[in-house]
Design a protein around this ligand. Sequence first.
Ligand SMILES: *Cc1c(COP(=O)(O)O)cnc(C)c1O
Length: 495
Amino acid sequence: MGKTRGITTLTVDEPLIFEKGSPGRTGVSLPDDKNIGKLGGTLPPNLIREDIEDFPELSQVEVVRHYTRLSHYNYCVDTGFYPLGSCTMKYNPKVNEEVAKLKGFSYIHPLQPEHLSQGAMGMMYDLERFLAEITGMDSVTLQPAAGAHGELTGMLVVKAYFADRGQKRSKVLIPDTAHGTNPASVSMCGFKAVPVKSNKDGIIDKKSLAGVMDEDVAAIMITNPNTLGIFETDIKEISAIVHEKGGLMYGDGANLNAFMGVVSAGKTGLDLIHINLHKTFSTPHGGGGPGSGPLAVKKGLDCYLPVPVIKKKDQNYFFDYDIPGSIGKIKSFYGNFLICVRAYTYILSMGGPGLERASRTAVVNANYLRSKLKKLYDLPYDTPCLHECVFTDKKQQEHGISTLDIAKRLIDYGFHPPTIYFPLVVDGALMIEPTETESKQTLDLFIDAMTSIAHEAEHNPQKLKTAPVKSRVGRVDEVLAARSPVLRWSRGSGM
Ligand SMILES: *Cc1c(COP(=O)(O)O)cnc(C)c1O
């Protein structure tokens, strides 16, 4: 393997600060002790310590380099390609940050009176309108803090809707390609998650659906395009089957990046859909940063949305807390406000045609990867994909190489691995989502790396078994690393 073509920060090996420096080295030069007195006692005597055991002694530039290098350990979209399927790790334009930093947005307090918050409320009102337009829905709440939280809010709305009609429905249908958060949200609301099978084309099997759909089913939770990156072409018929028995169509909108401005979710029959602003609308995510998962609903479900609902009267915005059917609050204040500001900025800077172009480019990029890699990697569903594509390790298994080995080896080539072993319906899945913000050159570098890895799997499988070899920490025991992580350094621990 030649040069690392992705990025190199995964392979930086920076020692701990305790392991650097040398006795007597300092970061700043203070005047001599006797002069300190003359300067008026800059350092009070009680703060002057002769010795601190094991205290690192480094020059200023060493300290700056140390922490700057450490900051690069965190692989991010600003340093390299991040093909994590189902996560839409697109670039986060810096103008979003500039706008979120404006004092009118960042210095505002959530308890500030409404008449002093009109600009911020206007932003929220407009963002709700934009998201309603993009999804083809009627009303939106910005309160949920993430996609899974949007699902929970949606299921609470579904529950309130049936309670209002005096109906006790106990089941929610979940396709076998669904994200794990779907059955979790359903169970948290007291529903039973009932699986629906997909067919050989990777989409929901209408017969299986009709078989399980009855009047005890409150809703189906459907991801479209599904997590195989395949569009549910029968979505309208599925809606008809569900609606006929009085059920609701819930959309997991995490994959909205595949169809913004191209397909109106509302027109496909969905009654509710959550949106992951931190995926589709370019706000930063990963590392536990704040997300935002607004919920959009059709008319007839808006009366259950969380309070307060933002409204406009005579050019003035106000919060309406008087919504008798509301499920109540699901988040403090009004949601993750500054994330909404970033998404709002993104939408305005792209415009309608820009959003559509982003989705179309995301789809082209995924199909480019799919067609270039399908000679080398098994493609379980060989149809054109939308914004992501799913391969397996079937061909490499012949040489004893698994998806995990391929993912680990990508680190040696300087790339973040894609999502692996998801969706669960695909054995040894490698789920790749390039997003629209990657250039052809970047995609080609990734294809080169994947090509080299396929070659190594055949001719030098041991190389993959021991990967990553270039990173600071090599192959860890997956279970031990998760269950008993060693997070504290001690001298001589070899960590
Ligand atoms: C990311 C994702 C979710 C969960 O969203 P979070 O914002 O991570 O809570 C749900 N479903 C799908 C398909 C996803 O990709």
